[in-house]
Design a protein around this ligand. Structure first.
Ligand code: NAP
Length: 312
């Protein structure tokens, strides 16, 4: 069920003086772009948690997080950190969510909340469900914010401001756990919506996964051209191609996982796109000016509404 129309989507961001932190101890597993942005927000604003602990499998990443000073504690031992958490937030690649949930859930205190930020929801929920405990509420979330960069140096405290965060709670998720995670993201400056996981995956296949697929493909096509043409592509790249290259610079493991784990919705959107691209090709071949202008005008309208919605 899409409960989009039920609640206001944006609450004012309170300061630490105005309001108590949502959690006492927040554990962030995977302090990359998303995880380190949450950590920075927590440290800089003081309204998410009194204490933040960062967990990464790599000692080098842990050392870097400690050096950046964006967590109160840093460890490679996820289970040990989970023992003291009121909330554990998984910010690892979607393909790692199941195994990481399996390692933290047995250690968590009754009543502590498990949440995650995976870009696909049906597959992540399926991967985590076998390890769930009835006394640990699970709140799936997806902050729709990002850049093409990854790792702990890439994050920043304002990443989520005015961006959507989609929550896809399960029927069994208690309302107070959803409210706590909702409040955490509101305090990151995000706008909130709740929707069903399968609906989320179809929406994201269209607005995020397909554009990345097109960007990787168009850069591959340019790269496959004869040597001389390719160097000219790079020399004269106009803004259209440049914009694709920015998206195509995204992390390969993250996007491999997203494509494979949202396979059905992505292939459906790709098939629709290819039909529409064929129709455009036919219009160009036969000089159908009206069709071409109509499509371009629809694109311009979408851009205008994005700007009006502060999402551009
Ligand atoms: P990222 O910058 O690559 O960070 C991922 C982090 O997870 C890294 O610190 C990585 O450590 C760590 N990690 C990987 N496997 C782990 C494991 N088994 N145990 C503990 N830590 C592990 O990626 P990101 O962009 O922040 O993405 C993280 C999650 O957010 C993904 O699920 C993604 O789908 C979701 N998301 C991303 C965006 C976006 O635009 N980037 C937007 C919304 C949601 P190492 O570096 O040591 O491997």
């Amino acid at each position: 069920m899409d409960t989009a129309a039920c609640a206001p989507d944006r609450a004012p961001v309170p300061s630490a003086e105005e309001i108590a932190p949502v959690f006492d101890t927040l554990v962030v597993v995977g302090p990359g772009l998303i995880g380190s942005s949450v950590l920075r927000r927590a440290k800089e604003y003081g309204t998410l948690a009194r204490r933040v602990i960062a967990v990464d499998i790599s000692p080098e990443v842990c050392a870097r997080v400690a050096e950046l000073g964006i967590a109160d504690e840093v460890t490679t031992d996820a289970a040990q950190a989970a023992v003291v958490a009121d909330c554990v937030m998984l910010c690892v690649p979607v393909g790692a969510m199941g195994p990481v949930a399996a390692s933290v859930l047995p250690a968590m205190r009754p009543g502590a909340i498990l949440t995650e930020v995976g870009s696909t929801k049906v597959s992540v929920i399926e991967a985590i469900t076998p390890y769930l405990r009835p006394d640990v509420p699970y709140v799936p979330a997806h902050p729709m914010a990002g850049t093409e960069f990854s790792g702990p140096d890439a994050g920043f405290a304002t990443l989520f401001e005015d961006r959507w965060c989609l929550l896809t709670p399960l029927e069994s998720t208690p309302a107070d756990a959803v409210k706590a995670v909702r409040t955490l993201w509101e305090r990151c400056g995000a706008r909130l919506r709740e929707m069903a996981p399968a609906h989320h995956d179809r929406v994201c296949a269209m607005v995020s996964h397909l554009p990345h697929l097109l960007a990787f493909t168009i850069c591959g096509t340019a790269d496959d051209l004869a040597d001389e043409t390719r160097s000219e592509v790079l020399d004269f790249a106009a803004s259209g191609f440049r914009d694709f290259t920015r998206i195509a610079a995204s992390d390969p493991i993250m996007w491999r996982d997203i494509f494979l784990l949202n396979r059905d919705a992505l292939l459906e959107m790709l098939a629709r796109f290819m039909e529409d691209a064929q129709a455009m090709a036919r219009a160009i071949r036969w000089g159908d000016e009206d069709y071409i202008v109509d499509r371009i005008e629809r694109g311009r309208k979408i851009r205008k509404s994005l700007i009006e919605n502060r999402q551009a």
